[in-house]
Write a protein that binds this ligand. Structure first.
Ligand SMILES: CC(=O)SCCNC(=O)CCNC(=O)[C@H](O)C(C)(C)COP(=O)(O)OP(=O)(O)OC[C@H]1O[C@@H](n2cnc3c(N)ncnc32)[C@H](O)[C@@H]1OP(=O)(O)O
Length: 220
């Protein structure tokens, strides 16, 4: 249980704030260029910042745990690198684990990881820095998730599957056991990866095939 600074105040921040409240913690501060009313985060008394630098100073002064609630992988990484590069801040970059999530004692979560409600991370799984394991997502035993990825609600990495850094696994997507997905890949909602897939491309369907998607995945 901690008092937290949330960086970002969009829809994902609402889920993150709910996770914090569910653990008995408090949202003590929020930082966003357009923060809105912190009451929508269930935290009407939170200190509000419109610039991350003073917000991070505030976190350091008050010993607040820090989490970055930005869904877009590349943007989340950019913001978070400042935290991880500064030793006193890095110490505050705790993983955030929902009260209803299960994270096995033999799993390894990097700094700034978020594991949302009803998600599961199994034994031997490794989840890299800043990754979002969203609501009811499953990272099975011995699976590996690269830094700054996003495993969307209900997506599943089966046993010993692996995804590279900044991968987006859309809602309900599945990666079959032992399969590997390259960095920067986007798997659309409901996609099933039955074979290894190269990075920096968008896939959809069952089995997964490249899509002619408008959005080009961004690695940085
Ligand atoms: C808490 C939260 O809400 S977290 C948010 C979680 N969000 C998600 O899971 C959303 C995942 N996003 C998707 O599935 C998107 O459709 C993407 C990223 C795969 C593609 O998005 P866009 O680049 O906008 O592609 P667009 O909608 O133009 O579709 C391109 C083509 O791919 C097809 N397509 C789009 N999504 C999928 C999909 N999931 N599976 C199969 N085909 C798809 C479209 O039908 C279209 O086909 P066409 O060229 O034959 O007409």
């Amino acid at each position: 249980m901690h008092d937290w600074l949330i960086i970002g105040a969009s829809g994902h921040a609402r889920s993150v704030a709910a996770v914090i409240r569910g653990t008995g913690g408090t949202v003590a501060a929020v930082s966003d260029r357009d923060p809105g009313d912190p009451a929508v985060l269930g935290a009407p008394d939170a200190r509000v910042f419109t610039d991350d630098a003073p917000a991070l100073d505030h976190a350091r002064e008050h010993g607040l745990a820090i989490t970055v609630a930005i869904g877009e992988n590349a943007v989340r990484e950019r913001v978070a690198q400042v935290i991880l590069a500064t030793e006193p801040l890095r110490a505050l970059a705790h993983p955030l684990v929902a009260a209803t999530a299960t994270v096995d004692a033999l799993a390894d979560l990097g700094p700034l990881v978020q594991v949302l409600e009803h998600a599961h991370v199994g034994p031997g799984a490794v989840v890299g820095a800043g990754t979002i394991v969203n609501t009811a997502a499953v990272i099975e035993h011995d699976a590996r998730v690269g830094d700054w990825s996003h495993v969307a609600p209900g997506a599943v990495l089966l046993g010993a599957a692996a995804i590279g850094e900044k991968v987006f696994l859309g809602s309900g997507a599945r990666v079959l056991p032992g399969r590997m997905i390259g960095p920067g890949a986007v798997l659309g909602a409901g996609t099933v990866a039955v074979a290894d897939l190269e990075g920096m491309a968008t896939y959809g369907g069952v089995p997964a095939r490249p899509l002619h998607a408008r959005k080009v995945p961004l690695l940085d």
